[in-house]
Ligand binder design. Structure first.
Ligand code: ADP
Ligand code: LRH
Length: 477
């Protein structure tokens, strides 16, 4: 067996996994799991939302130390480490490598109104033809325009996306991994490389952006201090689909190309995989993004607001994911046909009182207003399932790709009610699992770089399908 460590930060939790891969074999062992969430910091210009990257770094090292211990117990060396996190956010480094401030969260209000200003300079349809991205207010391009109002850019020499920042701390390598580069809005959708005109549009010095590399690239050994602290003596840093959604799509257990996926965590990324981007005005209007996947596939998808809305409701009630089981059981008892709202309304994007927002959205849409907790949960899940079905239909229509099955991967695959409602709304079977598709995709790309598995994404997916426990939901089932 070939051993590989996956560092995987989601917006709500992070984990470090040990992956063991061999012919016909793929197994994950959890080394560490920790909470994540943006931290609100008061300031003279109002509250700012930052990521606690130092805490995440500490947890990663502890997780990698545990990976080292597990590998020693198994009598095998860990060949490599790969890092994937949420997209778009970045850290700025000074010339000596000092991190200039804690990276901002994409939910920070500093980008309010920025996209509209940028589109006055380059109309949205033209921008779409260049970078292929769905309109999201927090795309890196817009964040960088907002960044110019602050002091950091003046001192910055390098901009590193969050997984590349962690990779830099691990290995000293300064680079930018292509799947995540594709989410910045600064890359040419056709080449996947930084585009001079888009970098100029962001108003930054192109020298801030490190060279782009593809998943599978071997980036180098670990820093001596990291080796000393983790015991991973022989491991190298290997580039994976460092955008978590890119790794998750590698980990979808599809058996042919006629599938849609819902990478369902804090966000729900819903779409299909294509060979070429779709860049017309209709695609832009339907909110589809063309992000780059591993092996240069196109992830043609739409960001649905996702379980963030449910997380916010739980927080309002002083509960967390551990309390979900009972609430979901009660929500499942409620009849179909209740209130449905547009979960993609920007009102749901920032942190804040989520139950009130759900209720206000129901009222505004002339829907019955849920009051009891199970009714609120049911409304959120019905709304998510409705959005998933709309996006799957749009993806089929706009891409011409037929879809026989919808794969739900990520934490949301554990939500049986959501999976059933999704099958009902899509009128297609749902296959739920694996929950850790992102870590699996991460490990598989490393294992392929090491020669422990071979083949195209289809071969990697066949291995996931053969080694995962999946649950099937049929419409009306
Ligand atoms: P991210 O990677 O964005 O942090 P995850 O893929 O880890 O997100 O998914 C987190 C979500 O998974 C939680 O918000 C919760 O809604 C859901 N989830 C986690 N555990 C369970 C469970 N036991 N049953 C149902 N849903 C769950
Ligand atoms: C999911 C995700 C998504 C991005 C968002 C910022 O974790 O990476 O694909 O759009 O976070």
């Amino acid at each position: 067996m070939s051993l590989h460590a996956a560092v995987d930060f989601g917006a709500s939790s992070g984990r470090v996994m040990l992956g063991a891969v061999g012919p016909g074999r793929l197994r994950l062992t959890e080394a560490a799991r920790f909470r994540n969430g943006a931290v609100e910091v008061p300031g003279e210009r109002g509250a700012a939302l930052h990521w606690d990257v130092l805490g995440l770094w500490r947890e990663s090292l502890a997780g990698l130390r545990q990976v080292g211990a597990l590998a020693r117990a198994a009598g095998e060396p860990v060949a490599s480490v790969g890092v994937a996190t949420w997209a778009v956010d970045y850290g700025l480094l000074a010339a000596d490598g000092t991190l200039l401030g804690a990276p901002r969260s994409y939910r920070d209000a500093r980008t309010d109104g920025v996209a509209e200003r940028v589109h006055q300079r380059l109309p949205a349809v033209e921008l779409y033809r260049r970078n292929g991205l769905q309109h999201l207010p927090f795309t890196t391009l817009y964040q960088l325009v907002a960044e110019q109002d602050g002091p950091l850019l003046a001192a910055a020499r390098n901009l590193l996306l969050v997984p590349d920042l962690v990779g830099y701390w691990l290995s000293g390598h300064l680079g930018a991994e292509a799947t995540n580069v594709s989410t910045t809005g600064l890359a040419d959708v056709r080449t996947g490389r930084w585009a001079e005109d888009l970098v100029a549009l962001a108003g930054i010095d192109a020298g801030l952006l490190p060279p782009v590399h593809d998943p599978g690239a071997v980036l180098g050994g670990l820093r001596p201090a990291v080796t000393a602290s983790t015991g991973l003596d022989d491991a190298r840093l290997v580039a994976v689909g460092s955008h978590d959604t890119a790794s998750a799509v590698v980990g979808v257990p599809a058996t042919d190309e006629r599938f849609a996926y819902v990478a369902c965590g804090t966000w729900a990324l819903v779409g299909v995989e294509l060979e070429a981007p779709v860049l017309g005005a209709e695609s832009l209007a339907a909110g589809f993004t063309n992000e780059r996947g591993v092996d240069d596939r196109i992830r043609y998808l739409h960001n649905v607001m996702g379980l963030w809305v449910l997380q916010g409701c739980l927080a309002d009630w002083g509960l967390d994911s551990a309390d979900l089981t009972a609430l979901l059981a009660a929500a499942a008892e409620l009849p179909a046909g209740g209130a449905v709202v547009d979960v993609d309304d920007p009102a749901f994007l920032p942190p804040g009182p989520m139950v009130t927002r759900v209720q206000q959205a129901c009222e505004a849409a002339g829907q019955p207003v849920p009051v009891a907790r199970p009714a609120v949960v049911r409304c959120v899940l019905d709304s998510l399932a409705t959005a998933f079905a709309r996006v799957v239909e749009d993806a089929v229509r706009l891409s011409g790709r037929d879809v026989d099955v919808v794969h739900v991967v990520g934490g949301g695959a554990q939500n049986a009610l959501l999976c059933q409602l999704t099958a009902d709304a899509c009128g297609r079977p749902v296959l739920a699992g694996p929950v850790e598709a992102t870590a699996l995709g991460n490990v598989l790309v490393q294992a392929r770089a090491a020669g422990a598995v071979t083949g195209a994404l289809e071969d990697l997916r066949a291995l996931v399908a053969a080694t995962s426990d999946l649950v099937r939901y049929v419409p009306g089932g």
